[in-house]
Design a protein around this ligand. Structure first.
Ligand code: KIV
Length: 261
């Protein structure tokens, strides 16, 4: 199994990391067989599995349940699990308690949303042996404060804030950072200023890796503009996942049509 240091090293050497969300053992097995680099047990399961309108109702129990299922299906794949809304924002201690549940469920890293306000918690967890993936840009758990699922970092001051957030999370010990729905040139600039991998979703081709929601890349529902249906030109689920991994590794995904200016 590739561990965190292997993944960080491969990204530093220029290899693009291919990441997909996953919520159950059968798909986890399929993704592991395809040699996907990282599985994200995303709280997007609130929408794609539970049929909720947002990620906010997802509980820590839900996340632990799905993390256990994924870990059983892909015991040799690096797994990141999302800390759900309300399980970590109150204090570093609350974050540690929630993160330890997900680590015990089989995660190798936890992801939390937010910039400077999360720096203390990132340091608290990483100093206690829990790798943390940050999440900047469009923060789905803050959809009510953001006024919808909108591209972030469009003004100079918002862009500068994102770069300083990324630098602070890095200095606090973050292992990698997901960048969601930000202009591609900003993601490129931000990526060049930190020494941990950035994983983009709607953030252009110059991140160190890419992540998509599994159901979106299989063309289910109404995928966002930055996603692509990899099943439409493939004759099996396995071929669709292989096509996605190949497109990420060769930087043919995302193209400009999947990116924001
Ligand atoms: O929950 C999720 O699927 C995510 C991705 C959007 C990165 O956090």
């Amino acid at each position: 199994m590739a561990n965190l240091l292997d993944l960080q090293q491969r990204a530093a050497q220029g290899e693009k990391l291919a990441v997909l969300t996953c919520y159950d053992a059968s798909f986890a097995r399929l993704l592991a067989d395809a040699a996907l680099d990282i599985i994200l047990v995303g709280d997007s399961l609130g929408m794609v599995i539970q049929g909720q309108r947002s990620t906010l109702p997802v509980t820590l129990d839900d996340m632990a349940y799905h993390t256990r299922a994924v870990a059983r299906g892909a015991p040799d794949t690096f797994i990141i699990a999302d800390l759900p809304f309300g399980s970590y924002q109150a204090s570093p201690e609350q974050a540690f308690n929630a993160a330890s549940v997900l680590m015990a469920a089989g995660a190798h890293c936890v992801k939390l949303e937010g910039g400077a306000v999360m720096a203390t918690s990132v340091a608290f967890l990483s100093q206690r042996g829990i790798p943390v993936c940050g999440h900047l840009g469009l923060l789905p758990q803050s959809v009510n404060a953001l006024g919808g699922y909108k591209v972030q970092g469009k003004t100079d001051s918002a862009a500068q804030q994102l770069i300083s957030d990324a630098q602070l999370l890095t200095a606090s010990g973050a292992a990698m950072i997901v960048l969601e729905a930000i202009p591609a040139p900003l993601a490129k600039q931000l990526t060049s200023t930190i020494n941990i991998p950035t994983i983009g979703i709607g953030a252009g081709v110059d991140c160190n890796g890419q992540v998509l929601v599994l159901h979106d890349m299989l063309g289910m529902g109404k995928p966002p503009r930055f996603s692509h249906n990899f099943l439409q030109d493939s004759n099996s689920l396995q071929a669709a996942v292989a096509a996605y991994i190949n497109a990420v590794k060769t930087s043919t995904f995302p193209s400009e049509q999947h990116s924001f200016k």
